[in-house]
Design a protein. Structure first.
Length: 750
């Protein structure tokens, strides 16, 4: 029986990837590069090694890998996190992405490439690699520094912008090139994202909560992947990529209590299929293309390095960072990674980019990845040179700007802005739900009613059922937060505010009236005044209904409980970041988490002995241990392996402490396999040194690291040893210990 080609190909890929990644791990290089090199080695372009037989099957598995990669990315993402980041990371991310897209398009135009090649190249250059930067920070001991946390926040936002960019590129590839078409595509994205997120947050946690007792690790993994692929299919049916759907489902599940467990369960599957995806990326590298396009590759590398050094640093600065931190942030992002490959794969699957672009981007990614640590190290030097050559008046202005931005600890939020933003947010969410309900009723309820009722009765039945389904959400449009705290403050603040507030309320009522009128007019073409009068009456009935008010509040409570479930659980477990940490960001100190290594010499010692404050100048505010949170630990508190300590200090202090904890560990036992415990049986014969001694005086445990577990006195069971009993001639003793120690015991005592 012949082995299927798929099995042979997978064996070749995984064996090669395993060997190459071990080498890259030894060289302390990113595993992503190892997978790419492995892909090149098993590709048809490498004549000196075995090649994959059927690349079509590998491409299919690689597409599954993209789904898992974006699903895992969604699990690590939270819309609530984005809302709490503030405006600074958003300004930096949008500026960086926009500038790098322009640079990519410009470089492509310089070499005379096709328009879509230039556009997709801009998209590939816009996204830095979260994986590579995170690893570089980890390897260089910079992850606890303040600038690193800002970089990671921007990278999260870049990942979101990458998803949106993929949808826009897909629309452009299908001919939507005008401004109105792109606006329509973006509007469509917003509609589906809001709809899926609201419906998902409402229904999925309810399902998981109802089935929690039945959920083992195995069933939870299957259910989570079922949701993932179901959403991928739904997104594809709606005109988006399946990867976009996987990301949305991941972001929905990220708000559930089960998110952490799902993330751990999915990680091995994601790693396997992700490895196959990156191997497939390496398989597309053609050496002759790399030689032919050596000059464009060099130009793109320089564009990335210079572009990020200049524009990214500027973007971080204008977002409120100090110049030194802005330069360090900008220099850290000088590479492209995973999303560049995903965007390139999208372009090839749509057939809108040239085949040479893929290996070119892979080569650029490899080069910029290797240069990343050097760019990070070059940032302080670049800042010192910049500070040295800038005119003094400009430097003073820059420092003044940074100081002013840092001094605003808690800026007063504009009441008008808050009130209007709340109204707009409610309006957008409830409008999306109303549109979805209307579409559902139009396409699914209408045929049923037409089949069972005569014409006029069917039309009024459609109107009644549709408005009944819409009623709760129409009341939300009218009444939700209509007179909240902001309203009362504005109302009492100045008399001139009152007409504007009444105008906003009237606008909300008119908007709801027009929705009702549109629904009625769909099936009944009434006279304008009759239509307006009927719609107004219906809206006032809805607004005054206490039943709808209670039902609406009930639905809102369920939704908010589901939305806040993970955060509530984090508070219970004590793993949520302290609220005061944001205020520390404006000072020269900040708070960070450090996990105590398992083999740390600090384990088992009280804090007063470790004396982190005197030795490193830091303050230890809390210890997170399992589900416990120990706030303001005393000097007698002992550290354990795996403890997550929350420490406050400057960048230098935290980096020194982290380096100490990571290096001051017990050395690895290189002969651990010789430490196996064995059980041996011995009979005490004439002349044995143990005869006549008590167990407590024998030294079996103290000198030979052994343990007497029993004495065989001829009975069915072993006799439990009595420490005061003396060993006698012909005693049969049973001892547990290491082989080497027991041999010494036998030679000296037996």
């Amino acid at each position: 029986m012949k082995i299927p080609d798929l099995i042979v190909d997978l064996a070749l890929i995984l064996v090669t990837a395993g060997i190459v990644t071990l080498v890259f791990k030894k060289l302390k290089q990113p595993l992503v590069l190892g997978y790419i090199v492995a892909g090149f080695l098993v590709s048809p372009h490498m004549p000196y090694t075995l090649s994959v037989v059927d690349s079509g099957n590998i491409e299919l598995w690689a597409n599954i890998g993209v789904v898992f990669l974006l699903f895992a990315l969604g699990l690590d993402f939270s819309f609530k996190k984005i809302s709490k980041m503030g405006v600074a990371p958003i300004i930096a991310a949008v500026t960086i992405v926009f500038c790098m897209i322009l640079i990519g398009v410009g470089v492509g135009n310089i070499f005379g490439w096709q328009r879509m090649d230039c556009v997709f190249l801009g998209g590939m250059l816009a996204m830095s690699s979260t994986t590579i930067i995170y690893k570089a920070f980890d390897d260089m001991g910079l992850r606890q520094q303040k600038f690193a946390s800002m970089v990671m926040s921007v990278l999260i936002l870049e990942d979101i912008l990458a998803i949106v960019l993929m949808v826009i590129l897909s629309a452009m590839a299908q001919g939507a090139v005008s401004g109105s078409d792109l606006f329509h595509s973006i509007l469509q994205i917003g509609f589906y994202v809001v709809l899926w997120f609201v419906v998902g947050i409402f229904l999925i946690p309810l399902f998981l909560r109802a089935t929690r007792k039945l959920m083992t690790s195995e069933t939870l993994l299957v259910v989570a992947l079922a949701f993932c692929f179901l959403m991928a299919v739904v997104a594809h049916k709606a005109g988006f990529s399946y990867a976009f759907g996987a990301f949305i489902m991941g972001s929905i599940l990220s708000e559930t209590i089960e998110a952490d467990k799902i993330e751990k369960l999915v990680a091995p599957v994601k790693d396997l299929f992700g490895a196959i995806f990156f191997v497939s990326v390496g398989m597309m590298v053609e050496p002759n293309i790399l030689v032919e396009y050596a000059l464009p590759i060099l130009a793109i590398v320089l564009a990335i390095i210079i572009g990020h050094a200049l524009f990214s640093s500027t973007a971080y600065f204008i977002s409120g960072q100090q110049l030194k931190d802005a330069v360090r942030c900008g220099f850290s992002m000088s590479q492209i990674g995973e999303f560049a490959f995903i965007i390139a794969t999208l372009g090839l699957s749509l057939g809108v980019i040239s085949k040479f672009l893929y290996p070119v981007v892979v080569a650029v990614s490899v080069i910029t990845t290797f240069l990343t640590p050097y760019m990070i190290k070059a940032a302080p030097w670049a800042y010192s040179r910049l500070e040295k050559h800038l005119p003094e008046n400009i430097l003073n202005a820059i420092k003044k700007l940074s100081t002013n931005s840092k001094d605003t600890d808690e800026p007063k939020e504009h009441l008008w802005k808050t009130y209007i933003m709340q109204a707009v947010k409610n309006l957008a969410i409830f409008t999306v739900i109303c549109v979805a309900i209307y579409i559902f009723c139009y396409y699914f309820v209408t045929p049923i009613l037409d089949a069972i009722l005569p014409g006029t009765w069917a039309d009024w039945a459609k109107i009644f059922i549709t408005l009944l389904c819409l009623s709760i959400f129409l009341r939300g449009i009218i009444m939700k937060k209509i007179r909240n705290d902001c309203y009362h403050q504005l109302y009492n603040q100045r008399k001139i505010n009152r007409p504007i507030l009444f105008l906003i309320i009237a606008t909300r009522f008119l908007y709801a009236i027009h929705i009702v009128a549109f629904v009625i007019y769909t099936w009944k073409h009434l006279n304008y005044w009759w239509l307006f009068t009927l719609s107004t009456v219906i809206i006032f009935i809805i607004a005054s209904s206490q039943k709808l008010r209670q039902n609406g509040k009930g639905l809102e409570r369920i939704f908010m409980r589901n939305l806040n479930a993970r955060e509530s659980m984090a508070v219970v477990k004590g793993s949520v970041e302290p609220a005061y940490s944001q205020r520390l960001q404006s000072k020269n100190i900040h708070i960070t988490d450090i996990v105590i290594p398992d083999d740390s010499r600090c384990c088992g010692q009280p804090l007063k002995t470790l004396d982190f404050g005197a030795r490193f100048g830091v303050s230890l505010s809390s210890i997170l241990r399992g589900s416990q949170r120990i706030n303001i630990p005393t000097g007698d508190t002992i550290l354990f392996p795996g403890d997550k300590i929350q420490v406050i200090g400057s960048d230098e202090q935290l980096m020194t402490l982290n380096k100490h904890l990571m290096t001051d560990i017990f050395p690895e036992d290189l002969e651990i396999e010789k430490r196996e415990m064995v059980l041996r049986q011995y009979q005490l014969t004439e002349g044995a040194a143990l005869i006549g001694k008590k167990l407590s005086d024998s030294g079996i445990r103290e000198r030979y690291n052994g343990m007497l577990i029993g004495i065989d006195e001829g009975g069915e069971n072993l006799t439990t040893p009595d420490p005061k009993r003396k060993f006698r001639l012909d005693d049969i003793i049973w001892i547990v210990g290491e082989e080497k120690s027991l041999r010494s015991l036998q030679e000296e005592l037996l």
